[in-house]
Design a protein around this ligand. Structure first.
Ligand SMILES: Nc1nc2c(c(=O)[nH]1)N[C@H]1C(S)=C(S)[C@@H](COP(=O)(O)O)O[C@H]1N2
Ligand SMILES: [Mo]
Length: 321
């Protein structure tokens, strides 16, 4: 793979112009069709529209990324209304409705465990640790749908290096925010909460592994994991844990929510693998949203094999699913 240094890249080099053109069209369409949504907004809102039905803030000064795919970006409207966020309901349309009042400010993330310098980061600090990049990644859910999302963030390794993991740090454990009051459907989620996830340290430190603070040029909508989440593009979507409050460097392989729920169906690694079917359905094809047909071939490591296959040299990926 040809990798340009990010300092050599201009935003316009790597960001398909039509995303922005389409985005405007989408906004314009909203303006016409979404009269209700616009009612009650001031003239200032309309001149500089927030674009979304959901609270978010524009993120400026984004740099492009050589890791971005040139595939067609999925419409923002689809990505922000078709979600898995079980704390806010198990139906795809529920998180967009039920997470609207979720309070994500102030927010702190504790980074701790086998590190020399454990510390708590405020969201304001996290947003300033490194230049914010736009990275357009494919995202493949274990349920066999996929989307292409322009995330905003930077490599997870940026924050990890600041706390100086020691030689005992072999894995990283992540934990989502959990509050029964703000997440009244929690009891019907069918999973133990808080949601927890984990990565092996080399997976976590891989440059593709993103700490995500935004999408489509703005901060994350609540249903997509505000204010900060992981994005691991070569793994099934459930590894990409939302609304993170704790990151712990640990010695032993941590527990993960879907493995706790059903170890037979969901392993620790969960690398996208078209050759290993889910016990209840094929993983060889996927539905690219907003499409309807399961006719897009699924790629090994979701198409990121050139970058990540070597992490698994010598491992049986059927056993380590
Ligand atoms: N805390 C938490 N994180 C989560 C989930 C969840 O239910 N709770 N769902 C996961 C699954 S299955 C997927 S596919 C992605 C979906 O992210 P998106 O809604 O932004 O597309 O989030 C993942 N992270
Ligand atoms: Mo998923």
């Amino acid at each position: 793979m040809l990798i340009k240094r990010s300092s050599d890249l201009k935003y316009s080099d790597v960001t398909p112009r039509d995303i922005y053109v389409n985005r405007r069209k989408f906004l314009y369409g909203m303006g016409l069709a979404g009269g209700l949504a616009l009612a009650g907004k001031s003239l200032a809102d309309l001149v500089n529209p927030s674009a979304r039905a959901y609270a978010s803030t524009k993120l400026t000064g984004l740099t492009g990324s050589p890791f971005s795919t040139t595939e067609k970006v999925t419409p923002e409207q689809v990505v922000t209304t078709y979600n898995n966020y079980y704390e806010f309901g198990t139906e795809k349309d529920q998180p967009a409705k039920n997470a609207q009042k979720f309070v994500t400010s102030p927010w702190t993330v504790s980074v701790e465990g086998e590190v020399a310098k454990p510390r708590k980061f405020t969201m304001e600090e996290i947003l300033k640790l490194a230049p914010l990049e736009e990275r357009i990644y494919r995202h493949r859910c274990v349920e066999a749908w996929s989307i292409v999302v322009p995330w905003v963030g930077y490599s997870f390794s940026t924050i990890a290096k600041l706390v100086e993991p020691n030689s005992n740090a072999r894995y990283v454990a992540f934990e989502s925010y959990f509050d029964r009051k703000q997440m009244p459907l929690w009891g019907r989620a069918g999973i133990e909460l808080p949601y927890v996830e984990g990565l092996r340290i080399d997976e976590a430190m891989h440059p593709l592994t993103l700490l995500g603070m935004g999408m489509y040029g703005e901060t994350l909508p609540n249903q997509d994991g505000a204010p900060v989440r992981m994005v691991i593009p070569w793994k099934y979507g459930f590894k990409s844990i939302k609304s993170i409050v704790k990151i712990k460097f640990v010695k032993d392989q941590p527990q993960t929510t879907w493995n706790i729920t059903n170890a037979h169906e969901y392993g620790f690694y969960s690398n996208v693998n078209p050759k290993v079917d889910h016990p209840r359905w094929t993983q060889s094809k996927e539905v690219r949203l907003p499409g309807f047909f399961k006719n897009t071939p699924t790629q090994m490591f979701n198409g990121y094999g050139d970058q990540v296959a070597s992490l698994y040299n010598g491992m049986d990926l059927k056993k380590n699913y």
